[in-house]
Write a protein that binds this ligand. Structure first.
Ligand code: RNT
Ligand code: ZN
Length: 424
């Protein structure tokens, strides 16, 4: 053990010197990395089923979870136990992102009747661990969402039901923020859209705008909660039209002073989400990112250290916007160990951020300003084979979490000892 610790330190010492050549301070990068929280999405732990036990599925929501790996969390204590395990394998201090359907309800409580009391267990758990919480209204997997329209429904009783739900969710988020002393972000995504030819786009968006104005009429201190709205390009069953499109929410968010949420799976596959950061932050104070990985479509695959993720993180760092951007993970894959899914995605996101922090930005800017395209590309290429792994291993060691080569065996043990004992 001591020998392996020494090897990690030695590799780090060599790496630190190499990064120092173009004036990159690895210690400063690690210091900054340690201050960035990720919001870990609870829904990876149970395939986005929630605890309402109403027998509803994701069908009709445009969302789909595939796979049947054993060990899904079936209740709040199992989900918290799994989150504890995952968090113990991720360096840094993070947050947990809940959906309204994860409340602990006594019997059946409908979505327009939920309150902070149903999340007391989560608040208590988060408080004990010094974790922040974030929150999401759940406008899917519910009989009143089956017609395909929620906040843009032309049926006033349906629309009113969902307006009340989201109002309560914001109240719950504010409560979490107060209790935990860190503002909870309440993110709103709705499934509203249509499968085929649409005539009433204008009316639908009028209804959504009206609902949002009713919802956001109540205001909370930014120390308690912050609002964000999340767009989408299309969903399964809403191929022709999505009411809450990117343009709609960008206009809405900027005109109302709330945050946009960019989900990296919600744009055309050739569109760069990284490029949007410096555009939006010129007009918006803050930005929420849903870090996901779409494979051919918005498939919500487990996040890995790929080029789009690295570019996204580089753009945040290059824009000097690390303190204005919030990072949340968003994917759900039921085909593999769910604790590992969290750990892989969170660690990949942090590694991408570390790579961005280790960029020799002033040198690259000089080359860019001098019009030295070849020099710039050469330096970017050089970055790709720099010893990022040695810095990352050292960071993990310093934060007392297992190395990249070590954590999988801990998850395997947890699977054998805990997850395999669970029923379907
Ligand atoms: C759906 C959005 C949304 C959901 C979660 C469960 O396309 O990405 O963020 O994934 O709220
Ligand atoms: Zn999302």
């Amino acid at each position: 053990m001591a020998e392996s610790r020494r090897r990690v330190e030695e590799a780090y010492r060599v790496a630190r010197e190499r990064y120092a050549e173009p004036d990159v301070d690895t210690e400063a990068a690690l210091e900054r990395l340690g201050g960035v929280p990720l919001s870990l999405h609870c829904w990876q732990g149970d395939d986005a089923r929630g605890f309402e036990n109403r027998g509803e599925t994701l069908a009709g929501s445009g969302l789909a979870v595939t796979g049947s790996h054993p060990g899904r969390a079936r209740n709040a204590s199992e989900l918290r136990q799994d989150l504890d395990k995952a968090l113990s394998l991720i360096p840094g201090r993070h947050r947990v992102n809940l959906h309204a359907m994860y409340g602990e309800f006594p019997g059946s409580v409908d979505r327009d009747a939920i309150g902070p009391e149903h999340f007391a267990g989560w608040e208590e758990w988060a408080k004990q661990r010094g974790l922040g919480l974030d929150f999401n209204a759940t406008l899917f997997a519910h009989p009143k969402a089956q017609a395909g329209f929620t906040l843009s429904s032309a049926d006033d009783s349906i629309r009113g039901f969902w307006v009340e739900h989201v109002r309560r969710c914001r109240e719950i988020a504010a409560h979490m923020g107060r209790v935990l002393g860190t503002p909870a972000i309440h993110n709103l995504w709705i499934p509203d859209g249509a499968k085929d030819a649409v005539i009433d786009r204008w009316e639908r968006r009028s209804l959504l705008r009206k609902s949002l104005d009713e919802i956001f009429a109540g205001t909370y201190a930014v120390t308690e909660m912050k609002d964000s709205v999340e767009s989408k390009l299309w969903g399964v069953g809403s191929e022709a039209f999505v009411v809450g499109s990117h343009e709609f929410y960008m206009g809405y968010a900027l005109s109302r002073g709330i945050m946009l949420c960019l989900d990296t799976g919600h744009f055309h596959p050739t569109e760069s989400v990284a490029d949007k950061v410096s555009a939006i932050l010129h007009f918006s104070g803050e930005l929420l990112l849903h870090v996901s990985r779409g494979v051919r479509w918005d498939s919500d695959h487990v996040v890995v250290l790929d080029d789009p993720l690295k570019e996204l993180m580089s753009e945040v760092v290059r824009a000097g916007a690390l303190d204005r951007v919030h990072f949340a993970l968003d994917y759900f894959d039921a085909s593999l160990n769910r604790v590992a899914a969290w750990v892989i995605g969170a660690r990949a996101t942090l590694k991408a951020l570390l790579a961005a922090l280790l960029e020799p930005a002033p040198r690259l800017r000089e080359l860019d300003a001098a019009g030295d395209s070849a020099g710039k590309l050469a330096m970017l290429e050089n970055q790709k084979t720099m010893p990022l792994g040695a810095v990352w291993d050292y960071y993990c060691q310093r934060q007392s979490v297992p190395l990249e080569s070590e954590w999988p065996s801990e998850v395997r043990r947890y699977e054998a000892e805990v997850l395999n004992g669970r029923g379907a």
